[in-house]
Design a protein around this ligand. Structure first.
Ligand code: ZN
Length: 437
């Protein structure tokens, strides 16, 4: 089965429900950039696709960074002095600022308030905050919770550990006909947030499961790693694999109802950039293509100047551009199987184009070859304009100079990629075209 055939296979339709179910299963797990929640998340993915785990010990230098201590949470709450919990990690793992240091003491209200974060404009939402690299503690609360705190002092208990451990990431490698790689990367470090993080994990899992059953020209590497530090650790430890990357996509925010966005790689004109732009234009659906910027998800690392990899990012509404972003409102109701399914199809379309985008050389470049003699051109002349498939034959013959790829031909001819690819296949079978590498 080819990637193109996957697009009309009923298994692809079924993955929409599977993705929603996986997000639901992972949603309650408290995650961070290290720790047991991250491991449990990766283990759940590993029950669906083959995964190889890597543990990088705390203190390991990775490029300009150092793997932090491992953080785990046993319990965390703020209670009235009589014992009643008023802020409770067990009610929502977003309540605790990520990487909070342990503390157990009675705190005056004024001091407590210096460690509380809320959203003035959204009284019922809990924000998501972290403090990975500066020792601190804090709680995230709804504005209503904040306003209800009127006692002179409260008991604060943060039962966390920050100890020598390791950072975990996991990879699914699907070998192809060539060792050249396509990298599909998603961050796996956010706690109960559905669109930012879990939707990307679920899409990557389903995409890996589908591609595992397809014929592949490229080798596919799926990376599930904590944001920033995980991608940096992987890049620091995989010089060989980095050299083999020919295309890549950072997967995030793929479950909301917004239009699909493609953010170009730093190069701006890599094959994956042109493939995504072509697929989105041909889809006829609302979409946006945005230029690279050194902000966002782990494309920041893949597209840093020392690596400059051809890695873009395909999302629905981008990070920071929806009000629910990094709040408790990015919950299971914010995403749907329908939008996850549509996003998965978009990824398959882009991968299909990347898989089939090749360069050819016209073996008969001096004037047009006689197509009618070969049954490739209509027998009756005089019609005012040729059909699309005949135009595709003429464009492919004219532009196949060994350097111009099929995507560039499709874009210049304003034809869809499939028509151009079919023309190239037909010309190859008549030995009028040969593939160049
Ligand atoms: Zn985020």
């Amino acid at each position: 089965m080819t990637v193109a055939e996957l697009l009309s296979d009923p298994r692809t339709d079924r993955e929409a429900g599977e993705m929603k179910a996986l997000v639901g299963e992972l949603y309650p797990i408290p995650r961070s950039i290290t720790g047991e929640g991250l491991r449990r998340t990766l283990q759940a993915i590993g029950r669906r696709i083959p995964l190889r785990f890597t543990e990088v010990p705390s203190g390991t230098p990775v490029l300009d960074w150092t793997i932090p201590n491992e953080w785990n949470v046993a319990d965390a709450y703020v209670a009235r002095t009589r014992g009643e919990r008023v802020i409770d990690f067990r009610a929502s793992n977003l309540h605790l600022v990520g990487y909070s240091v342990p503390i157990r003491r009675r705190v005056p209200l004024a001091e407590l308030k210096e460690h509380l974060f809320s959203l003035p404009d959204h009284p019922d939402w809990i924000p998501y905050r972290t403090s990975y690299y500066q020792p601190n503690w804090g709680f995230c609360v709804t504005r209503k919770q904040l306003e209800s705190l009127t006692d002179p002092e409260y008991d604060v208990v943060i039962d966390t550990t920050l100890t020598q451990g390791s950072l975990t990431y996991a990879e699914c490698l699907l070998p192809g006909e060539t060792g050249e790689e396509v990298l599909l990367s998603c961050h796996a470090c956010h706690p109960s947030l559905a669109n930012d993080n879990l939707s990307g994990i679920a899409l990557a899992t389903s995409l890996a499961r589908l591609l595992d059953g397809a014929r592949r020209r490229y080798t596919y590497r799926f990376l599930f790693a904590p944001g920033t530090i995980g991608a940096i650790a992987w890049l620091a430890r995989n010089e060989e694999a980095v050299r083999r990357i020919r295309a890549g996509l950072v997967i995030a925010c793929v479950g909301d109802a917004g239009p699909i966005h493609y953010k170009k790689s730093r190069r701006g004109d890599a094959a994956v950039d042109r493939a995504a732009a072509h697929v989105l234009r041909a889809s006829g659906r609302a979409h946006r293509i945005v230029e690279f910027s050194p902000y966002g998800y782990d494309e920041r690392q893949y597209c840093s100047p020392g690596f400059d990899l051809p890695v873009g990012s395909l999302t629905r509404t981008p990070h920071g551009c929806f009000p629910e972003y990094h709040t408790s409102a990015d919950d299971l109701g914010f995403i749907s199987a329908r939008w996850l399914g549509e996003s998965l199809r978009c990824y398959l379309h882009v991968i299909d184009v990347v898989e089939n985008n090749r360069r050819y050389r016209n073996t008969n470049p001096h004037c047009e070859p006689q197509l009618g003699r070969r049954g490739l051109y209509r027998a009756i002349g005089g019609s005012p304009s040729p059909g699309r498939s005949e135009m595709a034959l003429l464009w492919v013959l004219n532009l196949s100079d060994g350097a111009t790829d099929l995507l560039a031909i499709a874009d210049r001819a304003q034809l869809d990629f499939d028509t151009v690819r079919d023309a190239a296949d037909l010309l190859c079978s008549h030995r009028l075209l040969e593939e160049t590498v």
